[in-house]
Design a protein around this ligand. Sequence first.
Ligand code: IMP
Length: 199
Amino acid sequence: MKIVFATNNQHKLQEIREILGSDFEVVSLKDIGCDVDIPETGTTLEANAHQKASYIYENYGLDCFADDTGLEVEALDGAPGVHSARYAEGTDHDSEANMAKLLKELEGKNNRKARFRTVIALIQKEGDSTICSREYSFEGEVKGEIATEKSGKGGFGYDPIFVPEGYDKSFAELGEEIKNKISHRARAVAKLAEHLKDE
Ligand code: IMP
């Protein structure tokens, strides 16, 4: 079964291919010749995941899924949330600037609880027609705390300052093997895989 993952992130593609196994051919945006930077203008993770999956389904008529992730900090009313990639003003995916801003915002705050949340939107054709489709949403989260300083060299994004519940090290220190078992994305992907394998 062929399915498009609306991403060009090799790390995410590898992860999902390993989980889904050889019954599924997971292809990237590049593989289907899509070089558009698909807009993500939603105000929620759900809306952005839906927007990306819909773009592919409407333009290519292929079964597809898309993900969106955010770091939600309790003391900041859920910020940076849907704005996680561009939290520091005037930047895009600048992890150092994003972490520096978050640590500054949390200075002097006792409540450092946070969670990563991933939403995956899946759109599948119903029968042979592309007019009828079904849409599903899968969510994964990992709770934890924001450390007072960075530690560790692994991972990406906010990993050096996120300490998952039940551990005393950051995601960046814990390494891929543990992170891929307990992460928000791994949990959402596991739900997607369960759905696809049940079909
Ligand atoms: P995306 O939706 O996967 O592109 O994630 C949006 C932003 O959330 C990224 O730019 C990162 O800053 C952050 N992020 C997503 N997943 C992770 C993760 O597993 N660890 C740390 N940061 C992450």
